[in-house]
Design a protein around this ligand. Structure first.
Ligand code: GCV
Length: 713
């Protein structure tokens, strides 16, 4: 049932009318539910919002008008009309072209740029008006969404807001395959039904674009980075064009992952060498074709010479050679290349150091329409990693962080992990590239090193599940990615507070309770999966559940034993001078801190050091005991969080409540399994008793090994 029912009293009838029926809340509407506000808040906003005026008839302006009318009507619990003229209680939105009186803002709007906007309220003798203005229609749409967010998160008052995004390219990366499956997707099938396109365009694509616009996401890479050349055929370009048409009114551009050897697979050439004139000509022709079909195509994302993907190294060329060849083809059309730094070579000494070794020599060699897309950490989206040393060490290259919204290594869509705190940790990390205060966020927004292009990518957690993200609370991660991409200084607390108010409840005690659970959730996952800097000990292949004992994969650097290095002496990977020396890729104080066993933050300890089992930790306990207690703490947290969630029954929508409650039951069992498996396995090396305060495993290690965790779904 819609949450409005009991707690909003007088609004019940209006709410039901607006909702159409008392349908179950299936999570489809995300943070755009626009459920009626509590009556006191609604009454206060009604003084400021009586009608909406959005002159013009373009697809984007129609979307602005619809959003404001539907949103205000839903929130205020009564139909908000469209105004013909500007006057008391009118919310007017548009550009200086569509709303001539906005020409007075022209110089301010010019400073805010094409995506920026301002929101102003004016009070004349008790008559209030709200103006939402931007240079562009899409900017006005962003402003409209901001205003609706304000209505849900604040009390009415004077508005004087000027906003512009801190990063230019705010993209989702979809690892969607052409057969509808999604690599590392845990929420159903791909949203793009390639077999039906271009004739049939699922209306859901419009809802997807609208949700993205509401948080400022302005681009989508439609296909997996493990790409098929087929996506670049004329047939598939027309399909992508239909998707681009659906997204365009919402300011979401379409990009494609490009397979580097497409000139061979599609063009029949016998090489993909980026210096070969025929190869170069093939890409120029392909780019021309793409832009004739999708005039505002964004560009290519490329995974090259990584995990079996073709690339320029095969031909004795560099990554920059490969990227620049594609960049040259796209340049006349305004397109860009996002070249991934996720490369590693089995022959190297330490997998985490390899992106640096491969990419650093190319610093300053990439064309100005290339961004190097770098995962947040040097390994692979682990529950906790230090930041990649490439941030800070490639000052002459435009760097674009790649974050993973889908929870490949964090419990997938079965477990709660609110990721904003993890991303905050990354964005706030100090690279020391120009002394103290050289944070990763300053590399990302271009303020540290300059650069014409800035961007950030998030590997999407969306799919065809009715609630989009599998776990209802994982919607908050999609939301948080967009909000941080737009304004990277936002706190995890503010983002979750907004999301809860827009998605679940306006009741302070409920908000507080859910917010606490969500804010703590990622650290709990770290505790019961990979505490103290452990990494990559998940089950092989699907990466769900523990398999620290795994040593059978064909490449050593795919095996958990490669990463944790447990032996009779201790645990952890020595990355100091006495080990792989990968710590030397960091700069200044960061390097000094990580390098020193004493100074290294304990939450990264085993990432950088091989630590004796009886090493005294800050708590005074030895490493072994501390490790076991972290595992226990994670499990205890899940038990508590589950209870706290279950106590919310009746305070939030009953369907959302039950779905999340079911997920917590799974999380509790699986967290216990993580604890037992890891403690029993590491005990075979430490040869020590499980300390007091830690539950004794009920199964043996052999029994656990015989029962692999189930792959999604
Ligand atoms: C798309 C990890 C994942 C792969 C993914 C790869 C990448 O290895 O397990 O599924 O491939 O990263 O980011 O390219």
């Amino acid at each position: 049932m819609k949450q409005l029912i009991s707690r909003t009293g007088g609004l019940l009838l209006a709410g039901l009318l607006l909702a159409g029926s008392a349908a179950a809340d299936d999570g489809y509407e995300l943070w755009l539910r626009y459920n009626p506000l509590p009556s006191a808040k609604a009454t206060a906003w009604k003084a400021q919002v009586k009608s909406v005026m959005v002159p013009g008839s373009s697809a984007t302006l129609n979307a602005v008008r619809k959003e404001l009318v539907d949103g205000c009507s839903g929130l205020l619990g009564e139909k908000v009309t469209e105004a013909e003229r500007f006057g008391d209680g009118v919310v007017v939105a548009g550009t200086p072209e569509s709303v001539p009186m906005f020409s007075r803002f022209e110089s301010e709007l010019a400073e805010l740029g094409p995506e920026g906007y301002l929101i102003r309220s004016r009070n004349n003798n008790g008559r209030t008006t709200v103006m939402i203005a931007s240079q562009t229609e899409v900017g006005a749409l962003y402003g409209a969404f901001h205003f609706l967010r304000l209505m849900q998160t604040q009390e009415p008052g004077e508005l004087d807001i000027s906003e512009k995004p801190q990063v230019m390219l705010r993209l989702l990366n979809h690892w969607d395959n052409l057969d509808g499956s999604i690599e590392r997707g845990y929420a159903g099938k791909s949203l793009w039904k390639w077999e039906e396109l271009p004739e049939i365009v699922d209306p859901r694509l419009i809802d997807y674009a609208r949700a993205n616009a509401s948080i400022g996401i302005n681009g989508s890479v439609l296909n997996n980075v493990n790409s098929k050349a087929q996506s670049l055929t004329t047939e598939y370009l027309h399909k992508a064009a239909a998707v681009a048409d659906a997204f365009r009114p919402y300011g979401v551009k379409v990009y494609l992952s490009a397979r580097f050897n497409a000139p061979m697979e599609l063009g029949g050439l016998d090489t993909a060498d980026p210096m070969d004139p025929e190869v170069r000509a093939w890409w120029v022709k392909k780019a021309d074709e793409i832009y004739s079909i999708i005039p505002d195509f964004g560009g290519f994302l490329v995974k090259a010479n990584s995990e079996g993907q073709p690339g320029p190294i095969t031909y004795g060329r560099t990554h920059a050679d490969g990227a620049n060849m594609l960049a040259t083809a796209l340049k006349p059309h305004g397109g860009i290349v996002m070249w991934r730094a996720f490369v590693y070579d089995p022959d190297d000494t330490d997998r985490i150091g390899q992106a640096y070794t491969a990419m650093k020599p190319d610093d300053g060699r990439f064309a100005d329409n290339v961004l190097l897309q770098v995962k947040n950490g040097p390994l692979d989206f682990q529950p906790r990693e230090p930041f990649s040393p490439l941030f800070g060490t490639m000052p002459k290259t435009q760097l674009m962080p790649e974050l993973q919204i889908t929870q490949e290594y964090l419990g997938q869509s079965r477990q709660l992990a609110y990721l904003a705190p993890m991303w905050r940790e990354f964005l706030d990390a100090d690279t020391y590239a120009k002394g103290e205060g050289s944070s990763v966020s300053k590399v990302m927004d271009g303020s540290l090193f300059g650069g014409k292009l800035t961007g950030v990518a998030g590997v999407a957690n969306t799919g065809s599940d009715r609630n989009w993200t599998g776990h209802d609370l994982a919607q908050a991660n999609w939301y948080a990615f967009g909000r941080l991409a737009w304004a990277h200084e936002l706190s995890s607390e503010q983002i979750v507070d907004e999301w809860i108010k827009m998605s679940l409840s306006q009741t302070p005690s409920v908000i507080q309770s859910i917010s606490k659970i969500m804010l703590e959730s990622r650290e709990a996952v770290v505790d019961y999966m990979t505490p103290l800097g452990l990494a990559h000990i998940m089950w092989q292949g699907h990466h769900y559940g523990p398999e620290p004992w795994c040593d059978t994969l064909s490449r050593p650097d795919w095996n958990p034993v490669y990463f944790h290095r447990a032996d009779s002496e201790g645990l952890g990977f020595d990355r100091t001078k006495t080990g792989s020396a990968a710590v030397e890729q960091y700069l200044g104080k960061t390097r000094e801190t990580y390098e020193s066993l004493e100074k290294c933050p304990e939450n990264m300890l085993l990432w950088f050091h091989h630590v004796p089992w009886d090493y005294k930790m800050k708590s005074g306990k030895i490493l072994w005991d501390e490790l076991c207690l972290h595992y226990q703490r994670g499990v205890d947290w899940v038990e508590q969080a589950r209870k706290q969630w279950n106590a919310l029954e009746g305070s939030i929508d009953s369907d959302v409540f039950s779905r999340v409650s079911d997920k917590f039951a799974v999380q509790e069992t699986d967290a216990g399994r993580w604890r037992d498996a890891c403690i029993l396995y590491f005990q075979t090396f430490s040869k020590r008793e499980i300390p007091a305060g830690v539950d004794k495993p009920t199964l043996t290690l052999e029994q656990i090994k015989q029962d692999p965790p189930k792959e999604y779904p």
